[in-house]
Ligand binder design. Sequence first.
Ligand code: GLU
Length: 465
Amino acid sequence: MIKVRTRIAPSPTGQDLHIGNAYTALINYVVAKKNNGQFIIRVEDTDRTRLVEGSEQRILKSLEWLGIPHQEGPDIGGPFAPYRQSDRLPIYIKYAEELAEKGHAYYCFCTASRLEEMRKSQEANHQPPMYDGLCKKIPLEEAKKRIANGEKYVIRLNVPEEGTTTFHDLIRGDISFENKLIDDQVLIKSDGYPTYHLGVVVDDHIMEISHIIRGEEWISSTPKHILLYQFFGWEMPQIAHVSVLRNPDKSKLSKRKNPVWVSDYRVKGYLPEAMKNYMATMAWSYDGKELFSVDEMIAQFELKDVQTTAPVFDQEKLRWMNGEYIRKMNEDELIEKITAFDATVPKDSKDLMKKILPLVKERMKTLGEFESLADFFFVRPVAFERDIKKEMLQIAIDALSSVASWTHDAMEKAMRNASDKKDVKAKEVFMELRLAITGKTVGPPLLESLEVLGKEETLERLSLL
Ligand code: GLU
């Protein structure tokens, strides 16, 4: 039995954890758990031009919030530390030099302007943009002398001109690439940092990753990685590429159409359990079952069953699912969650919350929606959706003042009698009352809400208008 070790290798180049990366993290985590293995986080921060300050911390925080725990990583260390590539630079140089010694890589001294010219002429001739191999001809000893003389260089992969490179994808089957279409990829950049391609292969090998599960956007990089594994004489981990998430119109998930950061959902009051459940349903179908826990997923999930059709990230579906989780949650826990989330809820209002929740729970799809539904229980409204029709309201005030026992039925009866007497529609009187008490024209059931507020508070609010 192989030791199962999976990983995600996020680059800290975005504001936070991308929802697509959260999705691959979940699958990696589940595969590790299912096989009593380990799930690892390695930070790939070698593209120094794209680094975003604080991104790594936010990525880790979002994974923690989601409840996708890792066993090794930059924050907690582990047997293969460090887990941040910028802290591992000498390792990559050593391996790249080893490849150059064996002729599987070469030093390249081409200037940026030469490369630019080459790119332009390839573009003009409708050729794929690839390095033309000029520096491949430089004998190793000469290259070393030039480096000793202080010339700037990169190290490139020496891709064979003939043949094909094939790999087996656990989800998609065999995939082949013609070597002549694979670029002599830069492995070490002129700043001494490795490119993604070298870093990912070296680290996946050293860190004993058994399964690489990543987004399909990396498929075209994989043959370069396969060649590296072959040149180093290392065993290739198993590999699977999951489909990239789509907007409902099938375009690639983008900030313009869908919030893409995990924190966007956290701040709106989505629940991590619902997020994970929803992400799981995008990857894989659990016999048509929609609501299930990560533990159930771990028991049932098989990587080979992951769908290759583009999964659609549907906000409305996620909201629906989140609402289901809210309704499923036990009351004390929900009160705790809302109180922690919503700054307008006083910390010591548990008893009041117990009365409010049954009135709003059915309508809540996110924790964030509690505020707009229930804020009036805690603070008197100061703004009103529209002007209140004072004459109508007076009918309600007179009716409610005379109600002896403050119950739904007694209030309803008084309101209807008073409306009949004045020959107005009770519905309209209720509407002015709702507006006066809550500030809004829609909200939780009105008379039940008045029961919770109590007679004194209700009449006080009305008298202030
Ligand atoms: N650093 C890559 C990323 O940003 C990792 C890709 C991989 O998993 O190999 O997603």
